[in-house]
Design a protein around this ligand. Sequence first.
Ligand code: PMV
Length: 334
Amino acid sequence: MSKLMQKVSRLKRHKATAIAPANIAFIKYWGRVNEELRLPANSSISMNLSEAYSETTVEFNKKFKKDVVMFKGKRMLFSEANRVIKHLDRIRALAGLNLKAKVETRNSFPKGTGIASSASGFAALTLAASKAAGLTLNKKDLSILARLGSGSACRSIPDGIVEWKKGKTSKKSYAVSLFPASYWDLRDIIVVVGARSKKVGSTEGHAVAESSPFYKERIRGMEKKIKSIKKAIKNKNFKRFGEILEAEAINMHMVMMTSEPPLFYWLPKTLKVMQFVIKQREKGVKSYFTIDAGPNVHIICQAKNAQKIVRELKRMEGIKNILVCKPSNGAFFT
Ligand code: PMV
């Protein structure tokens, strides 16, 4: 991180709050070339989500004897808090600050379900903690810093539809906005079919991706795929865009299922919703699915079709929650 870009200001209050959206990847990040720095094997493309966000407050105070991390008013387990504390350490080191912190966070959605809670969580934490520590960072540096906490968090910093350029070094691996949130009236209908936290999280998942016999082939085709989807988005060619993003999700899950150990994130209901989307298309309602490291299905459609799809979905059994998201801006201070 460039020293010129940071400025440690004199602080009156070491406290700040930020909100950051989750994001849904159309072209996914799965597999890394550098574990420590979370440098991805490929670039990825995503959209920030209006109704799925984290709100985080960070306070540094000399009265605090140790770091405390609260999630929805409850102390977080050490295993989870540890990753947050490591991120605080990065920020304290940058700011030359030696104070313990209290972190309070809440999500608008259940965590560990395939809605990217680590993305919104680490993006909000990065903004709140860096401001509370007296740092003034630009969007690029915030994206780099968020990436070190959780890869996909770097995409929750810029606005709208975003590209995370893989980059060869830490300084070059960050996300930028491709199109503003208002560019295309898309919807992501998040269909929650399982709300329990997943057994194998993405951190472990990235580490085994390479063991899949299909991994190399996946990475080989990435640049071309990214070029094609960017063109489809630019031309607002929804059919082409949907076909690419749906095939991409299946491609990533094939790598997951064929890695050692194999990772199965789908539940029977996941497949039912996938079949539902295919049926909708047969009926002329254009929509496509994508799935992250969890059982929930994200149905991507145009605004004009969202209500109709939701109405039909409500007739299906076993759906725990439906969240309709618009494209949104990236992280901001409150
Ligand atoms: O940022 P992580 O380590 O939670 O990885 C995210 C992985 C996927 O959600 C499956 C794909 C993506 O690009 O968001």
